[in-house]
Design a protein around this ligand. Structure first.
Ligand SMILES: C[S@@+](CC[C@H](N)C(=O)[O-])C[C@H]1O[C@@H](n2cnc3c(N)ncnc32)[C@H](O)[C@@H]1O
Length: 327
């Protein structure tokens, strides 16, 4: 086996371990005859578990075309019960309508990147392995290199500050602009080295972690996708349908938490992608479940899971149940 083949094999083997799977199933309560949407197919961990738990139908979406082979295997294993759709989960209404599906019983979103994406240096998500500065989940649109080499200094600083909560955003932006005057920054290692010269690592965390997260969020419009998906799921879910969200950082969890609060009539909303505040006060589109306690707090991964799977350590699960109120 050549070096390239070995690398490809090990990527294939580095399958994504589904995060908080028992909790996702408990929240979703898969039931025979129902239809679910797994909006973030990845390696198909959630889809498979839902299909195994009940005689249900699962539609799965992923914007990354490289998951196609895995999806096809699952479709073979569960004929007539599993369907994969290439696209963004914010377009879930249109993607499902194109298949003749207008309402469903559950939506689960496991936001973020998969281990396959992070571990494949060629995708450019990782500061650990050198690769092209890409970070596009779909392989389309502006790459991280486009942003790093073309955005002006203030825009770069804002991206790092708002999406990465990086306190040294201004110094990093200045250093990027200075470095790219000499040559475009095209590799993950080049960017990581620029950042490492400015930011000091703490508690064993690489100094470029926050900046890479920020660029990834920007490249993939992750927060916009999340907000639009929350609005879209409301249109699809039947009464008592479940919306199950797994997030991995505070920016995402805040959006989900505020959405659940405002749409369950608890507090005022505020996103431009979501229905106006007066509407939420009149009628709650969701209620918060009582089977997860404490009700308004997110569910966290168990200690044993966090020990085995480092990704699970920052995971937060929230669930809301659809009422009969029109979307
Ligand atoms: C964390 S992984 C999901 C892993 C999956 N739950 C499993 O158990 O294998 C996230 C996946 O969602 C996809 N994704 C992220 N944002 C997306 C979006 N806006 N639309 C569609 N897919 C998205 C990514 O490409 C990635 O494959």
């Amino acid at each position: 086996m050549s070096g390239g083949e070995r690398a490809a094999k090990s990527r294939e083997n580095a399958r994504h371990i589904p995060v908080m799977l028992p909790e996702v199933l408990e929240a979703m309560q898969p039931t025979d005859g129902e239809i679910y949407l797994d909006g973030t197919f990845g390696a198909g961990g959630y889809s498979r578990a839902l299909l195994e738990a009940a005689q249900c139908t699962v539609y799965a979406i992923d914007r990354d075309p490289s998951v196609k082979a895995l999806a096809e295997k699952l479709a073979e294993a569960f004929p007539g019960r599993f369907f994969w759709l290439l696209g963004s989960f914010s377009d879930m209404v249109q993607l499902l309508q194109a298949k003749g599906v207008k309402s469903i019983h559950g939506v689960v979103l496991d936001i973020g990147v998969s281990s396959m994406q992070i571990d494949n240096a060629e995708r450019g998500f990782s500061f650990k392995n050198d690769g092209p500065l890409d970070m596009r989940m779909s392989g389309q649109g502006e790459s991280a290199a486009d942003i790093v080499n073309n955005a002006d200094e203030e825009e770069l600083a804002n991206i790092l500050y708002y999406y990465g909560e990086e306190r040294q955003s201004r110094q990093i932006a200045r250093a990027i602009v200075k470095a790219r005057l000499e040559a475009p920054i095209m590799r993950t290692s080049e960017l990581a080295n620029i950042i490492r010269r400015i930011v000091r690592g703490k508690d064993g965390i690489d100094p470029s972690t926050r900046s890479f997260q920020a660029l990834r969020i920007k490249v993939n419009d992750e927060l916009g996708e999340l907000e639009r998906a929350l609005g879209a799921a409301e249109q699809l879910l039947v009464k008592d349908g479940r919306l199950v969200m797994v997030t991995f950082h505070s920016l995402e969890d805040r959006i989900v938490k505020q959405f659940f609060q405002s749409r369950s009539g608890e507090t005022r909303g505020g996103s431009r992608h979501l229905p106006p505040v007066e509407a939420t006060q009149k009628a709650a589109a969701y209620r918060l479940p009582t089977f997860f306690l404490p009700q308004r707090k997110p569910v966290l991964a168990s200690q044993s899971e966090a020990r085995i799977n480092p990704r699970a350590r920052s995971a937060k699960l929230r669930c809301a149940i659809r009422t009969e109120v029109a979307a």
